[in-house]
Design a binder for this molecule. Structure first.
Ligand code: NDP
Length: 511
């Protein structure tokens, strides 16, 4: 009868589910993951990587058999490293009483090994420690390179030769900078690929792990109302803004060699631009998304000096903030830009002629990361004809605020309530903290979890990196060869005046 055959089907399905569950549990029990933080004594490890791993541990997102190894040249015992990292672990995820207990459990899984980054022998000793802690048959390795870039290749060589996983996977997270121009980036990729396959390399840009950046694709591809407007037909310009209200702090040595274009524009803002402007991917698979991003990057015109402004912060007597050139470890005649703005153009059918204005700067008056989309004017606007409404007021604007206070809002024209007819530009507002009570995870948590799970969508592929360098390398070369002096702007101001001229040149409403 139908009832009994349905009952049999139900029992069979349950049996199948149980056996899949058993298989998965068995797999989890027999697999172990060793995470090696190379450069464990450094700031990034202490402030970001270990706290992110702890947050994942609290949320039960790490595999059951996980061990975490710190590796660096400094001499430390296991206890000393545990002591060091315990200072930056927080109970953000698990605020209940058992957080302390969780911390103890986590720290017990952390070990330290001191060694040189170019010593195969020292990596072999590390491997011995990994093996001592290994439980289970299948062993996976995740290395996080939190060391200066000139040490990347040596560390990868030693890790691959002496500490890579025999029977599981080995993956390596590489921190930026990935070279300083197209040639050095290609050279770094070539050297890394002597020891690793492309799919083992996870080039991390932590800004890609931010909630709003992830949401950009959801917004575009799971709502009907945005995608039809997402082109030159309706969008007048797009602004990608990265503004910090503090200077370079202790990063002088690193920053003075790289500058804001390499630090923020060539990677982070360009990645966001690619996600913003790409065509619909075939699927949400990493390779499909990355294929579409590469197309956009390759369609970008290399930035011209005439479409760029560079600036550098000077001291502010009122707030007693020091000039960039007075920062420790920065040379007093440095021409390194701490601010840059550039208009970029994508030569394809969707975006022909639409300026993408990138603005990135340090020591500015605001702290924000935003994508602002300005729409075209309403054709034959009735309200403008009758009431002479200010033309600019009539344009809609969509703002995605990545930081701080994640939000999405749309500026729309609205009638001011009352007997008269007055228009007002007001916001349709989605403020994350009022809509979602849950704490937003740190970008490093998402990216570490993705690397563990083999999800590559938010990591940069080598052809993407190459295409991204091609956009900015000519500008960087010209700035450096011609020794272009950056326009000085006071610490805490809105940046160089040149930005306003650049925006006006491309009819962009700015500020
Ligand atoms: P640190 O300068 O703190 O360096 C990390 C560790 O590397 C140090 O603890 C030190 O360990 C070792 N190290 C430092 N200098 C040298 C050297 N000249 N030769 C060999 N080893 C050295 O860097 P961070 O932790 O701040 O950052 C790590 C990496 O991540 C860097 O490449 C940086 O560019 C990148 N990055 C950092 C960000 C941040 O927010 N801090 C953001 C984005 C990228 P020991 O002496 O014990 O071996």
């Amino acid at each position: 009868t139908l009832a009994s055959s349905l009952a049999i089907e139900h029992v069979e399905t349950r049996a199948k589910e149980n056996s899949i569950h058993l298989l998965e549990t068995e797999k989890a029990e027999s697999t172990c993951l060793s995470i090696v933080v190379v450069g464990a004594s450094g700031e990034l490890s202490r402030n970001k990587i270990f706290p992110a791993l702890f947050a994942l541990f609290c949320e039960d997102r790490l595999p059951k058999n996980v061990a975490i190894f710190g590796y660096a040249r400094s001499t430390m015992t296991n206890e000393e490293m545990r002591n060091m990292i315990s200072k930056t672990l927080t109970c953000r995820v698990d605020q209940r009483e058992n957080c302390e207990e969780k911390m103890d459990q986590f720290l017990k899984r952390c070990f330290y090994h001191s060694g040189q980054y170019s010593s195969e022998e020292h990596f072999l000793e590390l491997e011995q420690k990994i093996k001592e802690n290994k439980s289970g048959r299948l062993s996976n390795r995740l290395f996080y390179l939190a060391i200066p870039p000139n040490m990347f290749v040596d560390a990868v060589r030693c890790a691959e030769r002496r500490a890579s996983s025999g029977n599981g996977w080995t993956r390596v997270i590489v921190e930026k900078p990935f070279g300083s121009d197209i040639d050095s980036s290609r050279e770094l990729t070539r050297c890394l690929k002597k020891y690793l396959n492309e799919d083992q390399i996870f080039r991390i840009d932590h800004h890609m792990g931010e909630e709003l950046v992830e949401n950009l694709l959801v917004l575009r591809f799971s709502n009907l109302i945005f995608e039809p407007l997402w082109s030159r037909d309706y969008i007048r310009n797009v602004q990608l803004i990265f503004s910090e209200d503090f200077g370079i702090e202790k990063r002088g040595r690193y920053f003075d060699n790289y500058g804001i274009i390499r630090d923020i524009m060539q990677n982070h803002l360009l990645q966001v631009l690619a996600l913003f402007a790409m065509e619909t991917p075939v699927s949400l698979d990493a390779e499909d998304i990355r294929n579409e991003k590469v197309k956009v990057l390759r369609s970008l015109r290399p930035v011209q000096l005439e479409n760029a402004v560079v600036g550098q912060y000077k001291g502010n007597d009122v707030t007693s903030c020091a000039a960039y050139t007075n920062e420790p470890t920065v040379s007093s005649n440095s021409l390194t830009p701490t601010f840059a703005a550039a208009t970029l153009f994508i030569d394809n059918a969707r975006w022909d002629g639409v300026p993408f204005l990138m603005v990135a700067g340090k020591a500015l008056h605001s702290n924000r990361v935003e994508i602002r989309v300005q729409f075209r004017h309403v054709p034959g606007n009735l309200y403008k004809q009758k009431f002479g409404t200010d033309l600019d007021k009539a344009t809609n604007e969509l703002v995605l605020r990545v930081q701080p206070d994640e939000a999405i809002y749309l500026k729309i024209n609205n009638k001011v309530p009352g007997l008269g007819m007055r228009l007002d530009l007001s916001d349709l507002n989605l403020l994350y903290k009022s809509r979602y009570r849950r704490e937003i995870p740190d970008a490093y948590e998402r990216l570490l979890l993705d690397a563990i799970e083999g999800e590559r969508r938010l990591f940069m592929r080598s052809d993407e990196l190459d295409a991204a360098w091609a956009v900015f390398t000519p500008l960087l070369k010209e700035l450096e060869e011609k020794k272009i002096a950056p326009e000085l702007y006071p610490y805490g101001s809105s940046g160089p005046i040149g930005l306003h001229y650049l925006a006006a040149k491309h009819s962009i409403r700015w500020g």
